[in-house]
Design a binder for this molecule. Sequence first.
Ligand code: TLP
Length: 394
Amino acid sequence: MLSPNLGLEKLLLPKRTNSIKHSAVKSARLSYHILIMSTVAPPSIIDLRSDTVTRPTPAMRRAMAEAEVGDDVYAEDPTINRLQARAAEIFEREAALFFPSGSMANLTAIKTWTHHGSEVICEAQAHIYLYEMASISAIAGCMPNIVPAPGGILTWDLIAPHIRPHIYYRAQTALIELENSHNMHGGTVYPPEISNDICDRAHAAGLRVHLDGARIFNASVALGRSVADLTRKFDSVMFCLSKGLGAPVGSMLVGSREFIEKAHVTRKLLGGGMRQAGVLAAAGLIALEETPKLLHRDHENARHLAVGLAKIPGVAIDPKKVVTNILIFDVRGTGRTAADVVSELARRNVLSGATGEFTIRMVTHFDVDRAAIDRALAIIADVLAARATTRTAS
Ligand code: TLP
């Protein structure tokens, strides 16, 4: 059986095969170089691997070229300072800190709130547990205490039995981590009353709660609530500029001034002190101001894709459960593995990722419009129908 991790490797970097001469896979790799000159993806490729694949918009590129910069280790980069102030304002928090990646920002929060030998409770498919290189243990020195939850949505009743008693010979729970939207559960979102309740009860129990809000703006659009409103009770929040918001690089950590001051030290410890990174923050500022109001289109496209997929024989997905820009569907009923379908789709210029033996993830974003989604659907239907016909005939 394929491990989910193996599947995600394919998602991130489809395997090169000699038989693919001018394949989408090669072009997709090449496009990383092409994008130095071009702001648009080659039109024939529909890249649904992730919302991380977006190219900076012309406005972002202009802002990057013109950014005022300084040495951020001396806190002298005016563009980074502006981005941090704006993020803090939007989240109605005292302070914010710019990071090169979401993984480093999550790790910084975990390391800041915990100490070696403590435990972090998170959902069993959490990004911090599955896709952050075990940094929670390797660097923060913590034990992940994982709790499976339907749709990835933890509740206090699921969490409470995992909190360690205060006994001197037991490792102590230091932190609870939630993910909103939940990536590997297909972009599901936390009902605010559930996440608020977890925060309230965790605080009453003396525990901190960190939010991996890589896609919190997607959750905000899906729920019709501001990001400040959704995240107010968390002790720290990470969100990504480089996912659906479309910036080329960057994530933010927001919280109290005291927490951010500590996180600043931790970021430097992790090698995350940056210099004239205002060129990156400039694109981040545009992403933060301009993209949230466009995310509803990605959600509509994801739902449209899900509705189309649900009509393909052998494909299992409930379109009603697709509320943001991520969808995960099951191809077991087609008699084929996800890896097989993903490779064939790549040969037909539709890029996606296997997340398990029979599950495929697709993510919509601003570089894929409705027409491209319709083209993708026709190709997927064709690929799956072709094989179904072969099976029936043989
Ligand atoms: N997610 C990536 C892959 O790593 C899976 C993707 O393509 O979705 N939290 C969540 C919920 C994420 O989805 C990701 C990236 C991160 C954290 C890490 O962000 P980066 O890639 O900036 O370190």
